[in-house]
Design a protein around this ligand. Structure first.
Ligand SMILES: [Zn+2]
Length: 465
């Protein structure tokens, strides 16, 4: 797939320049003025060209519950989420496509799907999501969500002695499934990656984490997990390990330069130093953290300590959208209220770099992705600067991040293949997708969760409410 983008606007140190970009076999081969036309001519006039962003943490199948779950903290919200009828693979397929479309139309060319698995159909679930991502062409990092403890174990015991049901699948069986998924689906050269992804310390044993470390080392896989999303998890870590979750994860060898950790709201200063030392990446999910009342992650402290930070939308029932530009906006300006010294605030250009290069670093691909650099892969996005939401002509990146860009993505490529042209997805039929989402759902189908009621009494007690 060869093409030349002519006269696109790109950011340079002291402003913007109009420039041409050549792409040959999916790789950026030249960035300069007045380049010869190679392959298809793409008109970049009045369009901003950026490297594609990463939606670095989401759960695609939560799309089926978006807008439904009432305002609740994570632990009770999860109980609510789990009560919905188990999904079928057709729903997995549709929600993966939907998540990809929303990510692409808000500037993302990569998605990390911390994929909830249908019990008993684990490999089928993974196969289905992989099929959807291959069809639409987004770069996918499928991170099958695994745990080996039952849901009630995720709440601290406090004074009470809690007995938890054993999880329905053994740790060893779970690891076999992941290894099989790697064998069947891990194809980095084709834009499909499998990650090891225990859900988090709250529902996973050390055996599961260390089993994942082994798989990660054996197959060169990135590692993903939730980390200290809530105050309850901070308490739980102390009960479980007698130290912080970060100290424990470091001890068992889970942290590394290819480990990305979603949320990271409740870390101590010494935890932050551990992340910096181990070069792990923080995935900031500001909207989910607000929606579930989890807290404000200390993102400015991470940046000052040299920790790599990128952005995620998180699943669509805790956000409840997959608009990456929205996550980038809130995720950068939110911290202006936590730090008086404005010199530490995140600028729009820094936010864009966090969303692109930061995402690539977190997935150990910054030598191949994340910036407009000759030799890197062509995961590119063109934004239409004549779009009403990006006018008048001021600072394109300033307005892209701080404004409310609406239908501003004109074109997108992944590995040099065009997926969006003239603002429309070209690889799948989005009208059919809308119809499927419509047909397979109904308005106002809510119910009072039974398990929330059961868990709530204990939750309120341990949290001192
Ligand atoms: Zn999540």
């Amino acid at each position: 797939m060869n093409f030349t983008i002519k006269n696109a606007v790109i950011a340079v140190t002291d402003g913007y320049r109009t420039i041409d970009v050549q792409v040959v076999n999916g790789i950026i081969t030249a960035i300069d003025s007045n380049l010869d036309l190679i392959g298809t001519r793409i008109n970049g006039e009045n369009k901003l060209l950026l490297s594609g962003f990463f939606n670095a943490h989401t759960h695609s199948s939560e799309k089926w519950q978006r807008g439904v779950i009432p305002p609740l903290p994570l632990e009770l919200w999860l109980a609510h989420l789990y009560e919905f009828a188990p999904l079928d693979t057709e729903q997995v397929y549709i929600s993966a496509l939907g998540t990809a479309v929303e990510t692409l139309l808000s500037g993302g060319t990569s998605v990390v799907d911390h994929l909830v698995l249908i019990p008993g159909k684990e490999l089928e679930t993974i196969a289905t999501a992989v099929r959807a991502y291959r069809e639409i062409g987004i770069r996918a990092f499928v991170a099958p969500l695994i745990q080996d403890e039952s849901l009630s174990a995720g709440i601290p015991s406090g004074e009470s002695s809690q007995i938890h049901e054993p999880y329905f699948r053994s740790t060893a069986e779970t690891l076999v499934i992941i290894e099989e998924a790697v064998r069947l689906f891990h194809r980095p050269d084709e834009g499909i990656n499998i990650l090891v992804a225990p859900t988090g310390i709250q529902l996973c044993s050390d055996a599961l984490f260390t089993g994942c470390v082994e798989l990660s080392n054996r197959y060169n896989l990135c590692r993903h997990s939730h980390l200290l999303e809530t105050k309850a998890q901070e308490k739980l870590a102390q009960e479980k390990y007698g130290c912080t979750a970060v100290e424990h994860l470091q001890r068992i060898g889970y942290l590394s330069d290819r480990t990305s950790l979603a949320h990271c709201v409740w870390l101590t200063d010494s935890d932050i130093n551990i992340l910096a030392e181990t070069q792990a990446t923080v995935v900031h999910n500001p909207l989910s953290n607000l929606r579930l009342g989890s807290g404000i992650a200390p993102i400015l402290k991470y940046r000052q300590a040299g920790v790599n930070v990128t952005f995620g939308c998180d699943g669509a029932s805790s956000n409840d959208s997959q608009d990456l530009l929205e996550a980038i906006k809130i995720g950068s300006i939110l911290h202006n209220v936590t730090e008086l010294d404005y010199q530490y605030w995140i600028t729009p250009r820094e936010a864009v770099e966090m969303a692109s290069l930061g995402g690539a670093k977190g997935l150990n691909m910054d030598d191949q992705l994340g910036s407009l650099t000759v030799g890197k892969q062509a995961d590119l996005v063109l934004y239409d600067l004549t779009n009403l939401s990006l006018l008048p002509r001021t600072d394109p990146i300033g307005l892209l991040v701080l404004g409310r860009p609406t239908n501003a993505v004109d074109s997108a490529w992944v590995r040099g293949k065009q997926i969006i042209a003239d603002g429309k997805v070209t690889t799948i039929n989005v009208d059919e997708l809308r119809q499927e989402l419509f047909n397979r759902s109904e308005w106002g189908k809510t119910h009072r969760s039974k398990s929330v009621g059961e868990m709530e009494v204990h939750y309120r007690q341990v949290m001192g409410l």
